[in-house]
Design a protein around this ligand. Structure first.
Ligand SMILES: [Zn+2]
Length: 761
């Protein structure tokens, strides 16, 4: 990807990095304060050091450091020591959370032949930390329930709801069966959930070599991809219901917190589930008979992919230690000089599944360098206006535990004080990926224009723009579909919406703090995710080996933090927000119309006998069932809410433009506390206290992880999911409720506009 891209644009990797063009005015700053800000930012960006990033990674990933392990605590103490050594006010905050670890694991095929799965990742001779077996967590899925089940095997592709509709048409049922799903297509926790809903009694998830094994490249240690015995560990907690400690939903898991009994923890799986390697999956898949799987279901194993059920009979036995384990969140604080009660929060986790050099340490080390650099600036006289809080979370991997418990514990304070949360979680070479609140889209575009790309002679912003114009590469972060003309002409590059999968979730979805997730990627593939091979050896051979993209992440996130903390007026922008919301409203309306048209057409084909006539009579294929035609929905409340928000965003824009006149002299002399206070809490206007239907913990009405996608975002989730799940009455109710939320947001913007005018008249 890299080579093709560079050749097409004649870029030379050896060129020194570019100085960004003529600095643009900084939104939210008067001319004088912008000048001072840019000087401090330039000093800041010169500090992060690739050699130190490398040294931090070597230290933090030297031993396995999952929740509850000795090295997890050791790392937290080391991080605390670093913050204090640099002169920052830091402490460790503890929580006690449910964290199951394996006591017994057995997977065997009992018919037609006998085979016992290895379920172990072997040492790789050249990779020194891969031999630390005494400290490694076995391969397992956290928050699977205990179980001892035997049944016929069925292959379910990704195991998402659509796949079960396909199985129905083949006449294949998973009732009483153990399903085998491949990774991909959804977050892993969705697979056992949907399998259980269809009557399965057990679930296996394997890494197909087509995705991250020998198909895309050479396997480790010859290359970066997954070796045959490599396994993707991971959580299967039902996080779309609520993340964090399963026993303390909505409150911090402090020693005195009231805990649910284990049998009432609804986010545990309903059936036992275990991840396996492709070496272990191959004999199981080879022993399946029944219909040949449809073409899109076939992966990279050298077997004919068939659906079953059986004749392979599988025995899965899992037992866990259901213990509580301590969390160590490391928190450091730089007090604000002017607005100490407005908080800019920066976070990345420090716990890993095993050694976790890429996930998460490649992001953790960037945050550390940001803290060291800002500590240095403080000694030189830098005074951020707002309070900056560095958080290094524990327990992200099992279920966003450290960040969720901290956000729940500090819920009330965060509601009044938190202006923004900036997250990262892993980093490699390539393009800047940004997802987040669209009220920050304009702001983060401005930051990205000021960061030089370390390997090409353009800014990181320009590189993403070229990527979109060329249609080259697939940014690692989900970028929204953008057409080429728009990439050339729209002043701001669109940012993706946040689903879930990292520590921003509690901040954005539960507390309503405007959030961004940042990271570089897209140029280095790999297949070591959540395995023992994600370690220092792998990272320094196959990823950002010179740590220049680690430095770029520190420069990007640190510049964003400083600019937010230093602005006279918080640089929220509602133009891109309104533009994006308009797209979301159009999308859900289109979705409802398409559902209706498709149902009418399909029912007609069923009545006409199209399915029956076209099917091969030698293959069992059932027609899909007829469905009631969806009613027309009344989208007026959503459109009215959107119109109000668009109107108010224009009014705010005009007022803000007025403050920028005459070198921003109005900003320089104004008393801006009232308007900043209003902007600090703006994102909270998108919350509804009842939360989303059937999942009240998720309060944000614009963004949420999908109930059946997991990490994947659903925008306008209450409305979109009601339509997708054909709950028409609910859809009508939610349209009205979300319309009201848009009106609330419009009111909040109107209040901010009035306060801004008042302050700068
Ligand atoms: Zn991570």
């Amino acid at each position: 990807m890299k080579t093709g891209f560079a050749a097409a644009f004649g870029l030379c990797l050896a060129l020194p990095v570019a100085i960004p063009e003529e600095p643009a005015p900084l939104a939210g700053f008067s001319a004088d304060s912008a000048r001072a800000e840019r000087e401090w930012e330039a000093k800041f960006r010169a500090i992060p050091d690739p050699a130190l990033l490398r040294a931090y990674m070597e230290r933090l990933s030297a031993r396995p450091h999952h929740v509850g392990s000795p090295y997890d605590r050791d790392n937290a103490e080391w991080l605390l020591g670093k913050f204090r050594e640099w002169g920052l006010d830091a402490h460790v905050e503890n929580f006690d959370v449910l964290f199951p670890t394996p006591k017994e694991r057995l997977l065997e095929m009992v018919a037609p032949t006998h085979f016992v799965a290895r379920i172990e990742e072997p040492t790789v001779a050249v990779d020194p930390t891969s031999s630390q077996h005494d400290e490694q967590l076995p391969t397992y899925n956290a928050y699977s329930i205990d179980g001892d089940v035997t049944g016929p095997l069925v292959y379910v592709n990704f195991g998402v709801p659509d796949d079960y509709e396909t199985l129905d048409r083949y006449g294949v049922s998973v009732k009483g069966a153990i399903v085998i799903a491949r990774y991909g297509g959804s977050w892993r926790g969705i697979k056992p959930k949907v399998a259980a809903e269809h009557g399965a009694i057990g679930c296996l998830i394997y890494s197909d070599p087509r995705d991250d094994g020998y198909a895309p490249g050479q396997v480790f240690p010859a290359g970066p991809y997954r070796p045959k015995d490599g396994v993707q560990r991971g959580s299967v907690m039902d996080m779309p219901i609520y993340p964090g400690d399963p026993l303390t939903p909505g409150v911090g898991a402090t020693p005195q917190a009231t805990r649910l009994p284990l049998d009432q923890a609804v986010t545990l799986t309903k059936i036992p589930v275990m991840p396996i390697s492709y070496a272990d999956a191959q004999p199981l898949m080879a022993a399946l008979e029944g219909p040949v799987a449809p073409a899109p279901w076939r992966g990279g194993l050298p077997v004919t992919y068939r659906l079953g059920p059986g004749p392979a009979q599988v025995h899965l036995k899992l037992k866990f230690n259901w213990d509580q384990k301590p969390l160590y969140d490391v928190i450091a604080r730089i007090p604000g000089a002017v607005y100490p009660d407005e908080w800019i929060i920066r976070g990345n986790h420090h716990d890993a599944w095993v050694n976790g050099a890429e996930d998460p340490i490649s992001g953790t080390i960037a945050e550390l360098e940001e803290a060291r650099a800002m500590a240095e600036l403080l000694k030189q006289g830098w005074k951020p206006k707002r309070t900056i809080i560095f958080c290094v979370w524990d327990g992200e991997e099992p279920g966003l535990l450290g960040s969720t418990e901290w956000a729940e514990e500090h819920d009330a304070e965060l509601r009044s004080h938190a202006a923004m949360y900036i997250n990262s979680d892993s980093n490699s070479r390539g393009y800047l990926g940004v997802e987040g609140s669209h009220s920050l889209e304009h702001f983060i575009n401005g930051v990205a224009r000021d960061i030089p790309d370390p390997e090409s002679n353009v800014t990181v912003w320009k590189r993403v723009q070229f990527q979109r114009i060329a249609g080259a590469g697939e940014g690692r972060m989900m970028m929204p579909q953008t057409d080429r003309a728009e990439a050339r002409t729209r002043p701001d590059l669109r940012i993706g919406a946040l689903g879930s999968g990292s520590d921003y979730t509690a901040f954005l979805d539960h507390v309503g703090v405007a959030s961004l997730n940042l990271g570089f990627g897209g140029e280095d593939g790999g297949g070591i995710y959540h395995s023992i091979y994600d370690d220092f050896y792998w990272y320094t051979h196959f990823s950002d080996t010179t740590f220049v993209y680690g430095r770029a992440l520190a420069q990007t996130a640190g510049t964003a933090v400083m600019r937010l903390a230093g602005a006279d007026l918080l640089p929220f922008d509602f133009h891109d927000l309104a533009d994006t919301l308009h797209r979301y409203v159009d999308e859900v309306e289109k979705l409802a119309h398409e559902k209706r048209d498709q149902t009418i057409e399909r029912n007609r084909q069923i009545d006409d006998g199209v399915f029956a006539a076209l099917e091969d009579p030698h293959v069992t294929m059932l027609p899909p069932p007829k469905e009631p035609v969806p009613p027309f929905l009344n989208f007026a409340p959503l459109e009215n809410g959107l119109a109000a928000l668009e109107h108010e965003s224009q009014a705010f824009e005009q007022a803000a433009a007025h403050t920028a006149a005459n070198g921003g002299s109005a900003l320089a002399r104004a008393e801006l506390k009232d308007v900043n206070d209003r902007l600090t809490v703006f994102e909270r206007a998108f919350l509804s206290s009842d939360g989303l239907p059937s999942r009240p913990w998720f309060k944000h009405q614009i963004y949420a992880p999908g109930l059946y996608t997991g990490y994947g975002v659903k925008t306008l989730p209450a409305v979109r999911e009601a339509i997708e799940q054909k709950q028409w009455k609910l859809a009508d109710e939610e349209i009205a409720r979300v319309g009201k939320v848009l009106e609330n947001a419009a009111d909040a913007i109107r209040g901010a506009t009035a306060a801004l005018k008042q302050a700068t008249m």
